[in-house]
Design a protein around this ligand. Structure first.
Ligand SMILES: *Cc1c(COP(=O)(O)O)cnc(C)c1O
Length: 357
C-alpha cells in the first residue's frame, strides 16, 4: 500500500520503531526533557519568538482548534473567520458554539482570499482573525502576507490553523505577527494521529492567563503551568509524543525546517510535472506544497479513489460533501518519494488505457 492521503500519512521507520515499544511512565525528569525538546524544536520550526510557549494537547487537530477559540476569545471579541471549506466552517461553528461574536468571510471553494474581499472589514472594530492557512478540504493556500498586513493594520489577534501546512510550507510566526499557530501529529509531522500542538506567542500566553473558561481538559492555563516543568495536567499520548520527538530531531539533523519544506516542495513539483498531460485539472487557485487537489475531466473523483484503493493498493484522498464526485486530493506529506509518485502516475496511465479516466 502507498498512502497519498492528507493524514494520517506514512511514517518513517524510526517513528514506526518507537510505536512497537512499551510506553514508559511519564512523570519523570527523562520525559520532561523530551517535552522540553519538543517545545524547543516546534517553536524553532514555527519561527516563534523566544518567549513563545507550546502546549501539546492529546486530541486531534480539532481539539486544539476548539481549545484556542475557548482560551483566547470571549464575548467581548469580534472575530473574522475565513470560510472557504470544511475547516473554515469548523472555526465558524466553534465561534458559534462558544458564543464568540464573529463574521464569516465566505470564500468560494477553490478560490483564494483577495485584498478586495477584506476591504469591507477594514476599520470596522474587529478584534481577532481566524484562518486555516491551507484549507485542506479544497487545497487552497491563502496568502499569509495579505492576511498578516490586514491584521497588523487593524490590530487583530491572528490565529492560524497551520495543521496541514506546518513543515510543508514556509511559515514564520514572528515575521507574520501570528499570535497562535496550531498543528497536528498526523500531517507533515508524519506521526500517528492523536496529538496536536498550539504555539502561543508571549501575547497569547498573557491572554490565556487572563481568561477564565468553563472547561477542565481544555484549560490552557493549566497546560502552560504544567509545561513549565515539562509535564501535562493529564496523561498525554506518551507514545506519540516520543514519536514526535524522534521526528523533530530527525528534521533538525537533516538540516532543519527549510530543508524539510524544500523536500516536500520538490515532491509536489515532481508530481505536478508528471501529471501535466493527464485529463485532470488543478482544482484550486493557489496551492500548498502539502497537497495537489485534482478535478478529473472525464470521470468521478470518488470512483478514481475507489479503484486506486481496491485494484492498485494506492490511497489518494477522497473529498466529502458536494465535492465528492468532483475532486480528489494527492498528498505530498509523510514518508513518500519521487518513485512513489511514479507508481501513482503509472496507475493513472493504466486507468487511462482502460478508458476509466
Ligand atoms: C487535518 C486538519 C485539521 C484537523 O483535523 P483532525 O481530524 O481534528 O485532526 C484541521 N485543520 C486543517 C486545515 C487540517 O488539514
Amino acid at each position: 500500500m502507498i498512502n497519498f492521503t492528507v493524514g494520517p500519512v506514512q511514517s518513517g521507520e524510526n517513528v514506526r520503531e518507537i510505536g512497537s515499544r512499551q510506553i514508559p511512565y511519564f512523570r519523570t525528569p527523562e520525559f520532561s526533557e523530551i517535552m522540553f525538546e519538543n517545545e524547543r524544536l516546534t517553536k524553532k520550526f514555527a519561527g516563534a519568538e523566544e518567549n513563545a510557549r507550546v502546549v501539546f494537547i492529546t486530541g486531534s487537530g480539532t481539539a486544539s482548534m476548539e481549545a484556542v477559540v475557548m482560551n483566547v476569545f470571549s464575548r467581548e471579541d469580534k472575530v473574522l473567520a475565513v470560510n472557504g471549506g470544511s475547516f473554515g466552517q469548523r472555526f465558524t461553528d466553534l465561534c458559534k458554539i462558544h458564543d464568540i461574536p464573529h463574521t464569516a468571510i465566505e470564500v468560494e471553494e477553490g478560490k483564494t482570499l483577495t485584498k478586495a474581499e477584506l476591504i469591507p472589514y477594514d476599520g470596522k472594530g474587529y478584534t481577532g482573525f481566524l484562518v486555516n492557512v491551507h484549507e485542506t478540504s479544497t487545497g487552497v493556500y491563502y496568502d499569509m502576507d495579505l492576511i498578516s498586513n490586514f491584521c497588523k493594520k487593524n490590530g487583530l489577534f491572528l490565529v492560524v490553523d497551520a495543521i496541514s501546512s506546518f513543515l510543508a510550507d514556509p511559515f514564520d510566526m514572528e515575521r507574520l505577527n501570528v499570535s497562535v499557530m496550531i498543528t497536528g501529529s498526523q500531517k507533515a509531522l508524519a506521526c500517528p494521529p492523536g496529538v496536536s500542538a498550539i504555539v502561543l506567542s508571549e501575547d497569547a500566553v498573557q491572554r490565556v492567563n487572563n481568561h477564565r473558561i468553563k472547561s477542565m481538559y481544555f484549560d490552557l492555563k493549566e497546560a502552560l503551568k504544567n509545561g513549565e516543568r515539562g509535564q501535562t495536567p493529564f496523561t498525554p499520548a506518551v507514545g506519540i509524543l516520543l514519536q514526535i520527538n524522534v521526528r523533530l530531531k530527525e528534521i533538525e539533523e537533516l538540516g532543519g525546517v527549510d530543508k524539510e519544506v524544500q523536500r516536500i516542495s520538490d515532491l509536489a513539483e515532481d508530481f505536478r510535472n508528471k501529471i501535466k498531460d493527464l485529463p485532470f485539472e488543478i482544482f484550486s487557485e493557489s496551492m500548498s506544497n502539502a497537497v495537489t487537489p485534482l478535478h478529473p475531466l472525464n470521470a468521478s473523483a470518488y470512483d478514481i479513489f475507489t479503484v486506486l484503493k481496491d485494484e492498485y493498493g494506492i490511497w489518494v484522498c477522497p473529498n466529502g460533501g458536494k465535492l465528492a464526485e468532483k475532486v480528489f486530493r494527492v498528498g505530498h506529506i509523510g514518508a513518500l518519494t519521487k518513485e512513489d509518485n511514479s507508481v501513482l502516475v503509472d496507475a493513472f496511465r493504466d486507468l487511462q488505457r482502460r478508458g476509466m479516466i
